[in-house]
Each structure stands twice: as structure tokens, then as C-alpha cells.
Design a protein around this ligand. Sequence first.
Ligand SMILES: [Zn+2]
Length: 244
Amino acid sequence: MVRAPNPGPMTLDGTNTWVLRDNASSTCVIVDPGPDDDGHLSALAAYAPVEAIIVTHRHLDHLAGVAPLADRLGGNVPVLAAAPELCRNADHLADGARLDLAGLSMSVLAAPGHTADSICLLVEDGTGERAVLTGDTILGRGTTVVAWPDGDLGAYLVTLDRLARLSGVPVLPGHGPTLPDCGAVAAEYRTHRDQRLDQVRAALAAGASTPHEVVSHVYPDLDPRLLDAAEWTVRAALAYLEPA
Ligand SMILES: [Zn+2]
């Protein structure tokens, strides 16, 4: 894993770029090139030959480096993503698609919620060892934001229930450290979301009438830098509880 130098309240220590290959493979696949940072992209280009670049979702801290990295690698490298407009030299990734890259077999799990186009990738190497790349759907620390209006809480809860079935599979997240058990952390995330929904219901019952007022009820001691993220998440909860 190569960590990009873009730390911050939303990116934790920075974006994790995953360079993956089976032990027996001379090529690799790069997942989430990260920001357009010269030093970071040089470090990634040094892993050439690269069979493909995969993007877990459309946010710029994962995506901005794609085009410049592809150019450094010669421009013909396929870029794979769920959203057709993010792809280059390849069709978009549908739920359940299977990929054989760099000696690894990968299956695509559509994971809408954080964004509409989020995917996770279940990866298995030649020895049968598995891991799941989760992008921003599950992070190495804390919980993620459901980025309303592109994000959708109802979809995210379904995604968490799917990921909860990956019991014992290690998580390689888009930010923060790796985690040992996708099933366990997805179940924890689900509990956390259910508690937040209860808090939003309580805030509404106590008279909060705007997203801003709900945020003050639910997140009373919030780091001001996270206020926008909290408001997106509260708007997603309100859209879930009170569909238009
Ligand atoms: Zn994101």
C-alpha cells in the first residue's frame, strides 16, 4: 500500500492506494491512485507494468491521480470503475463482475451508499487467501459519510448487510489501517447507523426542524471541520426517514 500525502479530517492519514499482485505475477493492478500528487504518482508508476487501474468511487481524493497516472504508464492502461464516464479503454464494472488481473481473481460488489457509484472488490490470490477492498464504504478508523445527495442511506444499509456476510475477510480500506474482519466491522457500522437514526428521530421529536438543528442535537461537540460532513449525513438520514 502506498499512502498519498493528503491527510485531513475527511481523509484520515491520507488516501490508501493499493498495489496488488499475486506472488507469482510480474504485473500489478493499482486501486485508487489518489490525488494528483507528483511524488505519489511517481512512486506508483515505479510498480509498472500495470495491468489495470481500478477506482472505487468518484471522489477526487481517489480519482484525481487516475488520468495523470495512466498518462505516465503510456495511456493505454485500462481504467475500470462502476461509473462509465470514469472508465478508459474498458467497460464499466457491474455488480458480480469477475476480473482476473495480476494473478488475482477479483469480484466486484456494488456498494452504493457513500456514493452511488461505490464498489468493493473481493480479491483472492493463488493460495486462496482473500481480502476485500472497501474504498470509503468501510474505513480503517471511525465511520464513513453518506454523502447526500449522491449518497443514499437506505442503499448504504443494504450494502453493509451484504458486507456483513464477509466474515473473517480482512479489510483493505481507502483510508486508515487495515482491519481483520469485514463481517464484524460491517455489523458494527450497521449498529452505529441504527443508533444515529434513533438520535435523528429523537432530535426531530424534540423539535429540531432544519438539518442544521438536527446536527447540533446529534453531534453536540463536533470538530467544526466535520460540520459539512455531518450535515450531509443528517440530510441522508432525513431523506431516509422522510422520503420526499
Ligand atoms: Zn469518498
